[in-house]
Design a protein around this ligand. Structure first.
Ligand SMILES: [Zn+2]
Length: 338
């Protein structure tokens, strides 16, 4: 049984490839965070090593050991933690070299050695070059699987040597069904989480198990609505706070900007008369109020401005300046009527 959900095309083509023994030496799975890249890679590792008739069975010794991260021939390589327990920004060349040494050996007990590189868009340049050598002369019985949220940061020479699998966001309806059937979520909650997940099924499952995730989003969305509804002074205060958080917890700060994008996208859905596509369903009143007072073009301008801010911050511009500029790009609320 494949555990991958919502990516039927990828699964059926891989099932055929495994059945016919047409497995490539290297794959790259590209898709947004939490969309199922790692689940698919682990499925592939099981399918390649399973010793039953319809691999991956999920139950044989090979499959079970892979699922429990106990299989000596299947390894996940990811950015390591530094001395202070923070995730490094790159996969280091030493990690790539270690894999290269190991990859030249025969599998210990499975049929294939499988190396999964999580965050293939964050190789150190020397590491990428070194990996390229393995891709050019791949050892037998070795399959490399690279996972990346975008193909842009990957060297074209690496891309061209991998079979590419693109994973798109999973349909919210499918996610909601999965949450009710397998994670004990009630249908209403499941629908809310599925919409908020924007197709990132892994995130949706976490949100059911960790209620504090949704709580945090609630707080952040409150702050966003407050900034939208307030004047310049409060907005600049908000910009200063968010900019400070950028230096402390970049991921959390980026997540908040992602919420800005989602919130304004929802305003756009209402403006365009497609409210059924709104993701922040519990925020309908505030979204509607903004959609009522701005015309469609202004709303589209704001969506673009948020997108541009995220892009600039990814390129490491000064967070405070970028966020202040965004605050100015959002139309001010109308003064209260006397
Ligand atoms: Zn099996």
């Amino acid at each position: 049984m494949w555990k991958t959900l919502g990516h039927d095309k990828a699964v059926s083509s891989l099932t055929r490839a495994v059945g016919e023994g047409r497995i490539a030496h290297a794959y790259i799975i590209v898709g947004p965070p939490s969309v199922g890249k790692m689940v698919l890679a682990m499925d592939m590792a099981r399918a390649l090593n399973c010793d039953q008739d319809a691999p991956p069975c999920g139950a044989c010794k090979q499959c079970t050991r892979i699922t429990n991260a106990l299989h000596p021939d299947v390894r996940v390589v990811e950015r390591e933690l530094d001395d202070r327990g923070r995730r490094r920004t790159v996969i280091r060349i030493e990690q790539v070299r270690e894999i290269q040494r190991e990859a030249s050996l025969k599998p210990y007990e499975g049929a294939s050695r499988v190396y999964i590189f999580d965050g293939a868009d964050s190789f150190q340049e020397a590491g990428a070059n070194s990996l390229l050598k393995t891709l050019e002369e791949p050892p037998d019985q070795v399959v490399l699987i690279l996972l990346a949220s975008s193909a842009e940061a990957i060297m074209p020479t690496i891309l061209s040597r991998c079979r590419r699998i693109d994973l798109r966001p999973v349909a919210p309806k499918l996610i909601a069904e999965h949450l009710t059937q397998h994670h004990g979520s009630d249908p209403e909650k499941a629908d809310e989480i599925a919409r908020l997940s924007a197709g990132q099924i892994g995130w949706a499952i976490r949100a059911v198990d960790e209620p504090e995730l949704l709580e945090r989003i609630g707080q952040q969305t409150d702050a966003i609505e407050q900034a939208v509804q307030s004047g310049l002074e409060s907005r600049l205060e908000y910009a200063a706070q968010l900019a400070t958080r950028f230096t402390r917890d970049r991921t959390d700060a980026f997540a908040e900007l992602g919420l800005w994008l989602g919130w304004w996208r929802d305003v756009m859905m209402i403006s365009e008369k497609t409210p059924q596509l709104v993701r922040n369903t519990s925020r309908m009143a505030a979204l509607q109020a903004v959609a009522d007072r701005l015309d469609e073009r202004r709303v589209a301008d704001v969506v673009r401005a948020v997108g541009r801010t995220i892009e600039l911050l990814e390129r490491n511009v000064n967070p405070r300046l970028a966020i202040e500029e965004l605050m100015l790009a959002i139309p001010m609320p109308q003064p209260a009527r006397q």
